[in-house]
Ligand binder design. Structure first.
Ligand code: HMG
Ligand code: MG
Length: 308
């Protein structure tokens, strides 16, 4: 399979990034952050999530954030939705794009959303059936698609079974989440090759890597070789799932992904400098250093006068 010439980057920082922060981030800061990402040129941004405010207090202002961000024509502003109640809230806020999420393992499904996988797929069905007539487009995640903090290695068959049902229900795209950042390129091939051969072509899949063990960019390389052209990342490398234990670290950093793609001459349409600007903006609010290597290095190569 040829490497794609162009990829889509979905910045999930405002959702996956901020959901996991312990500092209270003011709503107006979140809004400004999303607006800065819009200015950076993303075609997709995951803005917030309509989950239970007690489960994830950082996302309690989902409604206000979504309503107040500046919406640029053509950009898809997605929000995470766990169940029909979440969809009701999203529709009331005029959301046009949602992402639902189903786990690949029973233990993670219970810990994350208090449902079995079957119960969560029933919710997914109800969400998709109600979203369609409301004109809301649906993307789906499979979380812990490579490894689970409670059950260990996840088999390709577990992922295939959930993905099969999600496509059958009408999900536009299925994103495989390495929630706890354990995948290596070998795992990417192990899980992706069977589903690409049996279930759906490369353009129906997205990948969502967390960089806990430093393998996220290597995993992107492996996925590019499989023809996958949709990647989630977060500015600065923020991110993590509050229900995945301490092992869930940040998402693949958008800056690092852009740097790699530029080096491979793969188009993505996003300004690295503006993403760096968004990261510099959010760093004070989160109150800890950002993990993006390109951010830490100060951006692209710049030269200084050689010492005499
Ligand atoms: P539950 O307690 O089982 O909910 O929570 P329930 O259906 O039994 O309802 C209990 C009450 O909650 C009811 O209210 C509902 O109306 C209300 P009452 O009648 O008692 O007054 N309720 C809600 N309120 C607001 N918004 C809602 C909602 N749903 C029910 N959506 C629930 C189930 C799913 C709500 C809860 O467990 C939850 O919100 N979990 C959040 C999980 C989460 O956000 N996890 C992190 C995101 S996933 C992730 O990070 C992975 C990903 O990045 C991919 C990757 O990395 O792999 C996507
Ligand atoms: Mg995630």
């Amino acid at each position: 399979m040829a490497r794609p010439k162009q990829v889509r980057i979905i910045d999930v920082g405002p959702r996956d990034g901020l959901q996991n922060e312990s500092a209270r981030i003011p709503t107006d800061v979140k809004i400004r952050y999303v607006d800065m990402l819009t200015d950076a040129g993303f075609g997709w941004i995951e803005v917030t999530s309509f989950v239970h405010p007690k489960a994830v207090p950082q996302m309690a202002d989902a409604d206000e954030v979504y309503r107040s961000i500046r919406k640029k024509r053509g950009v898809r502003y997605t929000t995470l939705v766990p169940n029909p109640r979440g969809l009701e809230r999203a529709i009331a806020a005029d959301v046009r794009d949602i992402a639902l999420f189903v786990a690949a393992t029973e233990s993670f499904s219970r810990a994350n959303i208090n449902r079995s996988i079957a119960g969560s797929l029933d919710d997914a069905q109800a969400v998709i059936e109600a979203a369609r007539p409301a004109g809301v487009r649906v993307r789906a995640y499979i979380s812990v698609a490579f490894g689970c903090p409670y059950e260990g290695v996840v088999s390709a068959e577990q992922v295939r079974a959930v993905a099969d049902r999600l496509f059958e229900l009408g999900a536009e795209e299925v994103g495989l989440g390495d929630t706890i950042g354990v995948a290596t390129p070998g795992d990417v091939n192990r899980v992706m090759e069977p589903v690409l051969a049996k279930l759906a072509p490369a353009e129906k899949w997205g990948l969502h890597f967390h960089d806990t063990r430093g393998t996220a960019l290597a995993n992107v390389m492996a996925s590019l070789e499989l023809g996958i052209s949709s990647y989630d990342s977060s500015a600065g490398g923020l991110g993590g799932c509050p229900f995945a234990g301490p092992s869930a670290a940040g998402n693949l950093a958008t800056e690092d992904l852009i740097y790699l793609l530029d080096g491979l001459e793969i188009e993505h349409g996003v300004s690295l400098d503006k993403v760096l600007g968004a990261s510099r903006f959010i760093v004070d609010a989160v109150g800890h250093p950002l993990t993006s290597k390109v951010y830490q290095a100060g951006g692209r190569l710049t030269t200084v006068p050689a010492p005499r």
